[in-house]
Design a protein around this ligand. Structure first.
Ligand SMILES: Nc1ncnc2c1ncn2[C@@H]1O[C@H](COP(=O)(O)OP(=O)(O)OP(=O)(O)O)[C@@H](O)[C@H]1O
Length: 352
């Protein structure tokens, strides 16, 4: 049985229509329904680290809030280790740790040590477990450097380390992290990644994290779930994602004629820098040699290279809600769940 079972959840918000929010409509405001999450299902097994990613406004935080019991799904059902989060918040709180990157759960005026001590009493953590956890927090997060400092005086990196420690003080089985490395420098990012990896490997803590950082995904996530406009568009291993989105390549051509018009079917001009142009194409639809010969029939080419699709580029495209993602959603999925498509791709061992 999966540890986290999410079935057909949806979440809608009623929001006031800003277009009609003038004085005339003051006494009679109009509303629209914002469907933040639409029919999302996935399961997570114990010990997995899942990257939950997608462009801004895709519905990531809304999902995390439903998983933690903060929000009640408008439709569908979530069962986590036998508990329905919003129905049994108290019991659920004991089994989860939560970190929202942009908000602290610590007491602003208190030194970190006092906050951790308070949480220890709230959750009734034994002396032995508390001591062991504090040693681990020091070993990987170097928490002693700022343990006596009031939270309001911490740097963002220190605050995040303190928040992560606080979320794990009660040895939860599951950790939800919403943008845990946002705006942090690379040294702190690495510390946090090491820490997540350690608690996952040594204590089998299951982790779901949302992030905009490709490094977090590459270093931590066995599996990625991608959502866009509130819908699940991919669920699988990073490598599967590469082959799923991997039909795209970039041809970099150097054309001295700055006015050259490279409008072509199945080719998209992604970037222009001086005489260089980056042309993205689907290798199933057109080959680079055909593109080059079409260009050469009109213009002189000084140089050209074909770039392989890097995983960073794939993820970047997803974050940027690129044409690529939209195209796959509308043309290739044809209503079929993305996960099925990815698994089929793997079975067919589609080459990248
Ligand atoms: N409380 C709310 N009331 C109304 N609309 C909301 C509320 N919370 C989220 N939304 C809307 O739901 C959609 C999804 O928001 P959500 O914060 O879940 O996205 P996200 O993927 O976490 O985005 P980001 O990466 O920018 O944080 C957005 O259009 C957002 O404006």
């Amino acid at each position: 049985m999966p540890l986290i079972d999410v079935r057909h959840i949806a979440k809608s918000f009623k929001v006031q229509d800003v277009k009609n929010s003038g004085f005339k409509n003051f006494f009679n405001p109009s509303y629209r329904i914002e469907n933040a999450v639409k029919d999302i299902s996935f399961q997570v097994n114990r010990g997995e680290i899942v990257g939950y990613i997608g462009p801004n406004g895709a519905g990531k935080s809304t999902t995390i809030k439903m998983l933690t019991g903060i929000l009640v799904p408008s439709e569908g059902e979530i069962v986590i280790n036998g508990i329905i989060p919003h129905r049994n918040r108290k019991e659920h709180a004991k089994q989860i740790g939560v970190v929202f990157g942009q908000r602290s759960q610590l007491w602003w005026e208190l030194p970190v040590a006092d906050s951790l001590n308070l949480l220890r009493h709230i959750y009734k953590v034994s002396e032995k477990d508390f001591k062991r956890n504090m040693e681990l927090f020091q070993e990987i997060l170097s928490i002693n450097e700022f343990i006596q400092t009031p939270v309001r005086q911490l740097s963002l990196g220190q605050r995040m380390r303190a928040d992560i420690a606080a979320s794990l003080i009660h040895n939860p089985r599951i950790l939800f992290l919403d943008e845990p490395t946002i705006d942090l420098d690379i040294v702190v990012k690495e510390k946090i990644r090491d820490f997540i990896k350690t608690i996952n490997e040594e204590q089998k803590v299951t982790v779901i994290l949302t992030t905009h950082d490709v490094g977090d995904i590459e270093k931590l996530c066995d599996r990625t779930v991608v959502i866009d406009h509130g819908e699940l568009i991919f669920d699988g291993k990073l490598e599967q994602m590469k082959s799923y989105y991997g039909n795209y390549r970039t041809l970099i051509v150097d054309i001295p004629d700055l006015q050259a018009d490279l409008t072509m079917k199945s080719v998209e001009v992604m970037k222009i820098e001086g005489t260089k142009r980056w042309l993205r194409f689907n290798k199933e639809e057109i080959s680079p040699s055909v593109i080059v010969s079409q260009i050469m029939s009109k213009y002189e080419i000084d140089d050209f290279t074909v770039e392989e699709q890097q995983i960073e580029a794939v993820i970047k495209q997803i974050y940027e809600d690129s044409v690529n993602v939209k195209k796959l959603r509308s043309e290739e999925r044809g209503g079929e769940p993305a996960m099925t498509k990815a698994v089929q791709d793997e079975k067919r061992s589609v080459s990248v």
